[in-house]
Design a protein around this ligand. Structure first.
Ligand SMILES: NC(=O)c1ccc[n+]([C@@H]2O[C@H](COP(=O)([O-])OP(=O)(O)OC[C@H]3O[C@@H](n4cnc5c(N)ncnc54)[C@H](O)[C@@H]3O)[C@@H](O)[C@H]2O)c1
Ligand SMILES: [Zn+2]
Ligand SMILES: [Zn+2]
Length: 431
């Protein structure tokens, strides 16, 4: 099916799709491991349902690192990145009915039409009308919805690490933020909150479960918190290397959390043997992957990826499959882009392990309920937010996040339109 909106406008200055008489600041992709803040044309209404949002908050996600590393294909120089953002409605197209100029709103990272087969099932991340990438269809047999700031593989939409952004189907893809939810809490409904929630419910975490989570970044942290929320008895978080500080960081917030530093195991022990020992010799009930397929561990996969023999490592998947108990459940939320070698399908088949892709999370399925949970203080987005930076410093933020700078977990990026920090949110750090 073809897209019902104009796709592949990843920088409004290109193809004359913007308003060159008004410029704005935006973070652009320049090549592998290279991003730059530039002045470029501001967006304008292109399709009837478009909304132009004046951005007051954005951030960086582990998924942006996959773009930074060029682990995701179909990027073009000058693409504007960023898929988590909130702001104030600046302009609305003629077909926009619900959203009003001046309202505060958060955007979902996926662009949905609200009306197709998948949108009717609330699977907004699989919308059939917002991504026209042939490459995606060929590789996956179907394609995801369009996504903001996430390469031409997902529609080529300019993202929200910018002062303004075009939001197609604004009535569908913007959620109004009430006055009692400041940007520093509401912003994360774009992605990380819905993603972590989806990881937990889609993998089927139940009361009394023991859950092991690979990756202690913001997604893994909130998946740990939401596992407890859904009744898990024990949660074991696994990280290591440059990310090892995250284990202590998350444990401070969740004292019941147990941890494994995978780069500091006793000689002869593996993640799987350690998990077996911690869980009655049998293993956890549930495993959730919140790291990514580009993070190889051993030399074999390092070289196989380097030589293009696989796009993703199977090492973490195999650890999950062999660690959980028989008929255990494994969910993959960390990004995998294509193929992997040496996948232990035997363990999965013979011992009844259920392995599920959690998908690009259909955040719109959850965002109304999660907003209510924030208002009732039943979930705490600020638990993961450690820093506030300026959009002008965003190129430096990529470097810092990429090297997993100790203490920098989830960040809030302000623009010249942002309100001062709200109570409990971090103060500005100048870089
Ligand atoms: N499915 C979705 O809808 C969706 C949405 C958002 C993010 N994501 C993905 O989720 C993943 C996590 O996101 P994030 O923002 O927390 O990223 P992040 O990069 O900040 O965190 C990833 C963590 O994984 C750790 N890690 C690396 N190799 C590991 C290994 N072998 N074992 C255990 N831990 C390991 C890293 O040290 C790091 O702390 C990323 O792949 C991101 O792209 C998916
Ligand atoms: Zn993300
Ligand atoms: Zn749709």
């Amino acid at each position: 099916m073809c897209a019902s909106i104009t796709t592949d406008i990843s920088n409004y200055g290109a193809r004359g799709m913007g308003d060159p008489s008004h410029t704005m600041k935006a973070l652009t992709w320049q090549g592998k491991n290279s991003v730059k803040v530039v002045d470029t044309a501001r967006p304008r209404i292109i399709d009837q349902g478009d909304v132009i949002l004046r951005v007051t908050g954005s951030t960086i996600c582990g998924s942006d690192l996959h773009l930074f590393h060029e682990a995701i294909e179909d990027l073009e120089k000058d693409d504007i990145l960023g898929h988590e953002f909130c702001g104030i409605v600046d302009t609305v197209g003629p077909a926009v009915k619900k959203v009003k100029v001046g309202e505060r709103a958060v955007a979902s990272f996926q662009i949905a039409c609200g009306d197709c087969y998948y949108c009717k099932k609330k699977l907004s991340s699989m919308c059939e009308r917002t991504n026209s990438s042939e490459h995606a269809s060929q590789l996956y047999g179907r394609r995801t919805a369009g996504m903001f700031g996430y390469s031409h593989f997902t529609g080529g939409f300019a993202g929200g690490q910018a002062e303004y952004v075009r939001v197609p189907y604004g009535d569908v893809n913007l959620l109004k933020l009430p006055d009692d939810v400041p940007d520093e809490k509401g912003l994360y409904l774009s992605d990380v909150l819905g993603t972590s929630w989806n990881a937990v419910v889609d993998t089927g975490v139940e009361k009394g479960d023991t859950v092991a989570i690979w990756g202690g970044g913001p997604v893994g942290q909130m998946a740990a918190e939401f596992s407890f929320f859904h009744g898990a008895k024990r949660v074991i978080l696994i990280d290591g290397g440059l990310g090892k500080w995250r284990l202590e960081h998350v444990k401070k917030i969740l004292p019941k959390l147990e941890t494994i530093e995978y780069t500091n195991l006793p000689k002869g022990e593996t993640v799987t043997s350690t998990l077996k020992k911690m869980c009655d010799g049998r293993g956890p009930d549930v495993a959730i992957e919140c790291a990514a397929g580009e993070y190889t561990k051993g030399w074999a996969h390092y070289f196989e990826r380097l030589l293009g023999m696989e796009t993703d490592t199977s090492e973490l998947l195999n650890e999950m499959i062999t660690s959980v108990r028989g008929f255990g459940r494994c969910g993959v939320t960390g990004v995998y882009t294509g193929y992997c070698n040496h996948f232990n399908i035997g363990s999965m088949m013979e011992t009844g392990v259920h392995l599920a892709g959690n998908g690009q999370a259909p955040v719109q399925k959850y965002w109304h309920d999660l907003l209510k949970c924030i208002q009732e203080e039943r979930i705490q987005p600020l638990h993961m937010v450690t820093h506030r930076f300026k959009l002008e410093d965003m190129d430096k933020v990529y470097e810092l996040y990429n090297r997993r700078e100790p203490g920098v977990q989830k960040i809030f990026v302000q623009t010249k339109f942002s309100a001062p920090p709200s109570p409990g949110a971090p103060a500005l750090t100048k870089l």
